[in-house]
Design a protein around this ligand. Structure first.
Ligand code: NAP
Ligand code: ZN
Length: 397
């Protein structure tokens, strides 16, 4: 035991380490000062302050909310959000319709923005690029689904909001000023696609495109029915037309008929509560995409299918629907489902939409009008997708 070995030497070692750390930090700062601005952005790893609107409980009312986004990791991209579409899933989520909502809940998975920072290993995009983020921000990247570009079916998928991220935090969506996501989950934005118009494609587009492709409804000359002319439905009509199908809309809203045919491009319109119209369409369809978000009978819809026809459910009602087994057996019909799309297919869809002019019909709103928009969406009063102008109207309080 001596004063030198027990006290003076350890203290000297600590002071020496401290001086070394300080010197290396000063060296790094000096180095960064000489780098271009975008490279300095790559080097910074601070948590970012974020601001958005969140629902606090199942009343679903959204109000301003401060939170933080994770520090930009080496494969991460940070985005300034410009626009975000309002999907009916956002409405289901804020109201806890599916019983899985975690509050505070910041919705939004039809996000278009501009890249403001990239991690050191990001190769897909650079600062200043326009990009999109859809419904997914993570998956295991190793399972059969992930290696086959079907991240949307990965058992460990992380949704853009209301999911638990790998660090245990809850994910927050695009009704906010900034987003951070791994580059794998970023969509490159086509130059000729206006961001406020294209935003809904990131969910409504990919969901309907993927369902049409997977079930073979993308062959020219088919007759496809689209049930429910809302956000998903009107985009389904446009993709089915782009694939060369004849398209019939099956709707509860007689008032949408003119627009469905003249503006959206459907060939025919059937009002589902008009027995004569339904009767006339019996056995005429090769496939149906059902986008209805509420409980509804599917027997009358199945009767519209030809033998061997397929009905694909993409709408997500909260209560189970009844399955009319005899109708399915007797016509050897298929009832299937489909959920959003993988990243490769989402990029393919957005490029296809830009090339073939598949453009959603949108009503752009300001952030302050989001609660009114939700009420209108619930009543079916939207032609056909609300898009929030986040970039110009989200003001930090
Ligand atoms: P939306 O814009 O509200 O459109 C739904 C349309 O369905 C309405 O415009 C209405 O069309 C019809 N409809 C509404 N209530 C109805 C009822 N009670 N009976 C019959 N028809 C009714 O909703 P959305 O954004 O398209 O979303 C639709 C559903 O898809 C939601 O449940 C959403 O959560 C789900 N979704 C699923 C996926 C997926 O991956 N599978 C992805 C996104 C969204 P008409 O006026 O023409 O009848
Ligand atoms: Zn959606």
């Amino acid at each position: 035991m001596s004063l030198i070995s027990d006290f003076i030497l350890p203290c000297a070692r600590k002071i020496y380490t401290l001086i070394l750390t300080l010197l290396s930090s000063l060296l790094l700062m000096a180095k960064n000062r000489k780098r271009p601005i975008c490279e300095v952005a790559v080097m910074e790893h601070r948590t970012a302050n974020a601001f958005g609107w969140a629902a606090r409980d199942p009343s679903g009312v959204l109000s301003p909310f401060k939170f933080s986004r994770r520090a930009t990791r080496e494969h991460d991209v940070q985005i300034k959000v410009l626009y975000c579409g309002i999907c009916h899933s956002d409405l289901h989520a804020v109201k806890n319709d599916w019983g899985i909502s975690k509050y505070p809940l910041v919705p939004g998975h039809e996000i278009v923005g501009v890249v403001t920072r990239v991690g050191s290993k990001v190769r897909k995009v650079k600062v200043g690029d326009k990009v999109g983020v859809g419904c997914l921000v993570g998956s295991c990247r190793e399972c059969d689904q992930c290696v086959n570009n079907l991240e949307n079916y990965c058992p460990q998928l992380i949704l853009t909001y209301n999911s638990i991220d790998t660090d245990g935090t809850i994910t927050y969506g695009g009704y906010s000023n900034i987003m951070v996501a791994d580059e794998h989950f970023i969509i490159r934005w086509p130059e000729n696609l206006p961001p406020h118009v294209g935003a809904p494609l990131l969910c409504a587009g990919t969901t309907t495109y993927s369902a049409l492709r997977y079930y073979g409804f993308d062959k020219p000359g088919l007759h496809i029915g689209v049930v429910g002319l809302g956000g998903l439905g009107h985009v389904a009509v446009k993709f089915a037309k782009a694939f060369g199908s004849k398209v019939t809309v099956i709707s509860t809203s007689v008032g949408k008929k003119k627009e469905a045919i003249e503006t959206i491009g459907a060939d025919a319109f059937v009002v589902s509560h008009e027995p004569e119209e339904m009767q006339a369409a019996t056995g005429s369809l090769d496939g149906i995409i059902d986008t209805v978000p509420a409980h509804h009978p599917i027997e009358p819809l199945l009767s519209l299918l030809k033998p061997h026809g397929k009905m694909v459910m993409v709408g997500a009602p909260t209560k189970p629907l009844e399955l009319p087994v005899l109708s399915i057996i007797m016509g050897r019909r298929t009832v299937g489902g489909s959920m959003i799309g993988g990243l490769k297919e989402t990029q393919e869809m957005i490029d296809f939409a830009a090339e073939h002019n598949v453009l959603p019909n949108v009503e752009v709103i300001s952030m302050n009008d989001v609660n009114e928009a939700m009420e209108r969406l619930e009543k079916g009063d939207v032609r056909y997708r609300f898009v929030i102008d986040i970039g110009n109207t989200l003001k930090q309080e």
